[in-house]
Write a protein of this length. Structure first.
Length: 255
């Protein structure tokens, strides 16, 4: 119950954040702009609308995840409110898990709202609701779940929110490019480079596997077994990061 109370308060605080509404507004505008330009683009305009809009939902979601994820813990410490929380019978792991659940719930709501706008716009052009777009949104939600865990872990280690934000954003970029590390880890590469590439391949989150925007936009089927596999991977990776975040936060001196 204590964990869910912290999660509820975290979600309420995040929803009251004006930054969230600003980014969400621009995301909806981008979806609308994609529909406008898609109507005058060469080729199939709906493919452009779907691809560009799903990319926009992902990027704006990442922006919210990074900004909220790295600032929540810093604000609690800066305002000294964390002392009041931990002075009660609340364990540090409950605090971290509660923050995580609250942020994930907020981001899931944001993605759902942006996806609803996308579904409505595509339905206006296509005359039907393309529910495959919801699959792309679900994969984006899993991607953001991992980034929230990354942000909390980095925030538990790094004091400065700016550095934590840069590291989290770098993790997103590196995670989207993680698949390319297989080339650098090949036997034809130098031993040192091969070792570094293989190490990064296993450490970095493979966010590229969660990006199915192109398949959804062009109507290519996404196997249910693939969705299940990457979902299990996302939850497992997130769980490991949360455990590391809890461990680091439990050893951190709060001053």
């Amino acid at each position: 119950m204590r964990t869910f109370a912290i999660a509820l308060n975290t979600a309420r605080e995040a929803i009251r954040n004006k930054l969230l509404y600003t980014i969400l507004f621009f995301a909806v505008v981008v979806v609308a702009v994609a529909a406008l330009f898609g109507s005058v683009s060469i080729g199939d305009p709906l493919k452009f609308v779907k691809d560009f809009s799903l990319m926009s939902v992902s990027l704006f979601g990442v922006a919210i995840a990074v900004m909220l994820g790295v600032s929540m813990l810093h604000k609690e410490i800066g305002r000294k409110t964390i002392y009041n929380i931990l002075a009660k019978p609340v364990a540090r792991w409950e605090f971290i898990v509660g923050k995580f659940l609250g942020l994930v719930a907020t981001l899931t709501l944001v993605v759902a709202l942006m996806t609803a706008a996308l579904l409505a716009i595509v339905a206006a052009f296509e005359g039907r609701i393309d529910w495959t777009l919801a699959l792309g949104a679900q994969m984006t939600a899993l991607e953001l779940m991992i980034l929230v865990a990354v942000a909390l872990f980095v925030s538990a280690v790094v004091v400065t929110p700016t550095i934590a934000g840069l590291v989290t954003a770098a993790a997103f970029v590196a995670g989207r490019c993680a698949g390319y590390l297989e080339y650098f880890g090949g036997p034809e590469q130098p031993l040192a480079l091969r070792g570094i590439a293989r190490g990064l391949y296993w450490v970095l989150p493979h966010l590229d596997r969660l990006n199915v925007a192109n398949q959804v936009a062009y109507g290519d089927p996404v196997a249910a077994s693939y969705v299940l596999t990457v979902a299990v991977y996302a939850f497992a990776y997130t769980g490991i990061l949360l455990l590391l975040a809890i461990f680091m936060f439990s050893r951190r001196e709060l001053v």
